[in-house]
Design a protein around this ligand. Sequence first.
Ligand SMILES: [Zn+2]
Length: 357
Amino acid sequence: MKTYSLKCTGCGAVYVQDYPWPRCEKCGGLLEVEYDYNSIELPRNFKTQFIKQWKYRPFFPVSRKPVTAGEGGTRLKEVGPGLYLKIEIDNPTKSFKDRGSTVEITKAVELGFDRVVVASTGNMALSVSAYSEIAGIEAITFVGSGANLNKIDMIRNRGGKIVQVDGDFNDAMSEAEKFAKMSNAFLIGDYLYRKEGQKGVFFEIIDQLGFNPPDYLFVPVGNATLISASYKAFQEFIKFKLIDRVPKIVGVQAEGAKPFVNYVKTGKLRKSSINTDADAIAVGYPTYAEQARKAIKETGGEAVTVTDQEMRDAMREIYRKAGVCAELAGASAYAAMIKHRIREGKSAVAVVSGGNI
Ligand SMILES: [Zn+2]
């Protein structure tokens, strides 16, 4: 049977595998799932199995039957020689968030919770409300003033509960944490279980490329959970000898909200102002900055910015080349890939993260 523990990324304290809070009691650091990889067994036909999120179940920290809406198996669309878009808009609620939600909500049910609490800029809440509905549990969403109002309306129309916080996304996150603790609800969002689920994007990319990793991977960075998940996914495939090298990971932020780019440059994480229409990556203080920085440093990647106009142009090109409507943040990684001018003979994948417009 698969075993794992939870380890604090701050002080190294170790918690039992079903400890229900995502932060360390001692230092407040983020907990991380640490598998005993010897306890993970891949089916013999792993490589040839049909590609979808739960194909990678051996790398997800749950044991019960999944709460699923058929997420994953999204298209990897070639848009130039060796250049690909990973179309996460193909997911049930039109963003990569479904991959985290399916794992988180499954875990919530496994641990016996009937209520989850989440902070979101929009897409995550859309996704969480859908999966909570399927599981028959209650979801309460905390949003800051920068959240996308159309997305919030969509959640309300589906009967979801919204708490509006006077402040930004980071304030919404700390209010959600307080409320969850007080009300004994399961706190979800950009924490360990979501990160585990988001690895699915990258397992699929590698799988769809016949286990030949691309030279570059472009990932949008808001709270930096997705980019951190990419690194962990590649490390796990290396451990299981499914690949023998990892792509250079390039983190992409909006020019108008670039705390992570500044952090990579200076080594100091400072809260940044938000001046971009790309709401899904408009985060002033990314929770997973430290892990994401490691991902970039250790793969020889970098952190770059794109302007809102560059994202708009990329949106149009994605529509033209792949026939899908990306939202602004969803086009950020492709905008960076265009700007980067990948050399001939090199391969690259850009994650088109969402399309809720
Ligand atoms: Zn700690």
